[in-house]
Design a protein around this ligand. Structure first.
Ligand code: PEP
Length: 255
């Protein structure tokens, strides 16, 4: 399995022109890389335009969410088919910022199933908001994973990408960075949940990424000293030099 780096632009940038500039900067760096996959997740309004500038087999495109109903009168919402028909292959689901707006594990589960039904790849985010001494966060993670994957059978498991994103380590409000030891321990736990649900053989097929304040200074430690399959990058995905450096670091760790 190739390593994977996902860029989550969130509600940035504020104009198409800026979006195209960031895209061009990233494209320049990423096209030189052979051993990793890169998925860009810009806001909905830039997807079509950026899609037109992507050559086959280079950067892939993802959406940041969609609405949990397939069609109907839902003012302001975007359906999975709309995304699919643009040619987008991936979609971020269950991000902590959408959960903050009231998204439940049940709704995330509906979206995971709709994504798979439409043959797109869900990038399922899970992560605790805090770490407690007693290890209560393990149950939080288990619940998020099992509820979001409820009814997703073994034949679909390899189509799901898991992004472990501890809320305490994400974005400008991050309390601290995760250490590679903490990350390794959590990834082992996530793998155990997946192995119990889908069998040990599934582990080689499900990609597990890490997201939360990844930058060019911590990327090497996190990728070398854990068993993650790549990163989901927020802030640093808006600065092409930074994002490209992270991608290069990951590419260089692959033998
Ligand atoms: C995110 O919110 O998905 C994220 C990983 O953000 P950042 O890299 O800015 O912490």
């Amino acid at each position: 399995m190739k390593k994977l780096i996902i860029a989550n632009w969130k509600m940035n940038p504020q104009s198409l022109r800026e979006a195209e500039d960031i895209f061009k900067g990233i494209k320049k760096g990423v096209l030189k890389l052979k051993k990793i996959d890169v998925v860009l997740c810009p806001p909905f309004v830039y997807l079509s335009k950026i899609k037109d500038s992507i050559k086959k087999n280079s950067i892939k495109l993802g959406a940041q969410n969609f609405f949990h109903e397939e069609k109907g009168s839902w003012t302001g919402e975007i359906s999975i088919k709309m995304i699919k028909n643009i040619g987008v292959g991936f979609v971020i689901l269950g991000h902590s910022e959408t959960k903050k707006l009231g998204e439940t594990n049940k709704k995330i589960n509906t979206k995971v199933k709709l994504t798979l039904k439409n043959k797109l790849t869900p990038i399922l985010c899970v992560g605790e908001d805090k770490r407690d001494e007693e290890g209560e966060y393990f149950s939080v993670l288990e619940e998020q994973l099992l509820e979001a994957l409820n009814g997703v059978g073994p034949s679909f498991s390899s189509k799901v990408i898991i992004a472990y994103e501890p809320i305490w380590a994400i974005g400008e409000a991050a309390k601290k960075m995760i250490s590679s030891e903490e990350l390794l321990q959590t990834i082992i736990f996530i793998k155990k949940i997946l192995a119990d649900k889908y069998g040990a053989k599934s582990l080689g097929k499900i990609r597990i990424l890490y997201g939360g304040s990844v930058n060019s200074l911590n990327a090497e430690d996190l990728i070398k000293n854990t068993s993650i399959d790549g990163f989901l990058v927020g802030r640093d995905s808006l600065i092409p030099e930074h994002f490209n450096k992270i991608c290069k670091i990951v590419e260089e760790t692959i033998l």
